[in-house]
Ligand binder design. Sequence first.
Ligand code: GLA
Length: 377
Amino acid sequence: MAIKKSLLALACLVTFAGNSCRVSEPPPETLKDAYKDHFLIGVAIGRFQLSGRDSMGLMLLEKQFNSITADNMMKWERIHPNPGIYNFEPADQFVEFGEKHDMDMVGHCLVWHNQTPAWVFQDESGNPTVRDTLLQRMHDHIFTVVGRYRGKVHAWDVVNEAIGDDGQMRRTPWSEIIGDDYVQKAIEYAREADPGAILILNDYSLPNPEKRDGMVRLVKDLQSRGVKVDAIGMQGHYQLYYPSTDHLEAAIRAFAELGCRVVITEMDINVLPNPTGRVDADVARQEEFQSRYNPYTAGLPDSVQLQLAEQYGRLFTVFVRNADKIDRVTFWGIHDGSSWKNNFPVRGRTNYPLLYDRQYQPKLAFDYVMKAAAGSD
Ligand code: GLA
């Protein structure tokens, strides 16, 4: 029986092209293999995977992905909670894991207005600190964190979410205290701390023309000052109906025209009602829970499963078509049960944004993403 099966398999692999016999490759079974000629396939991981408590997730991680992003453990509040006090242990584990599995590693993120402790922006009396002090803190933070993982972490999200939804520079304590050149300084410090690392500006809603243009202005301004941005990170927190193919593709092209690489970071697709219609990923925003916003607690209907799969297929078709500009697509989580989308922008919902379900089984969306790798659009 076993012999018969392997003969059959062999017969399937051998096809005749004209007079010559050609052995064709078996179709890829994993995301990273399917996309090996296009871009890296990444995923955000956290303490559950690193501590070994999510062994099923770990298995998928090792099999399917070739790049990892630190989900929370490198954010300022976690790695540098108090002045002069660093908590490197979880980030060290992340880097050890990446080295052991020979994976591309992304550090997330050095400078952001969220998940940064209040002391960073304050003087001893709790008033806003001054430019020089904040620059010094930023410098020390970047040198300490990037320096520790120099040559190991391949890419850094240097500034997260610098652009506001209106396309202007976002008003944050960083920009208020230092000025808008805080972005320039952050990139310069990171470059000095690890000249070999890929430095990224990461943001959400970049397919929106105002935001796309804001990012283009920022990068051009930096370039005119001799500051190179290696890549633009497009956070892929998308919806069933967002973004449009045209807007997505226009943004990818606009960033590539600047001479930047594009990375699709934080990919997931919301399937639940969106009470305000807003498509941002501003983690500070929360909306009130109502059960009508949580319709799929007993499972995702087939029709929505199909919509999700089609949306994933459509987006990955765009990525494949632009693979010469894209270095990596990273999912924000391994399976639906662990996604932040269960709690944003409404807490306590049952969402289905990723390629694997709560039982770690691949969803229809997985098949559509695998199919899109062949580039048949
Ligand atoms: C933003 C951040 C991420 C993460 C997500 C939500 O997109 O960049 O680090 O916090 O929100 O999980």
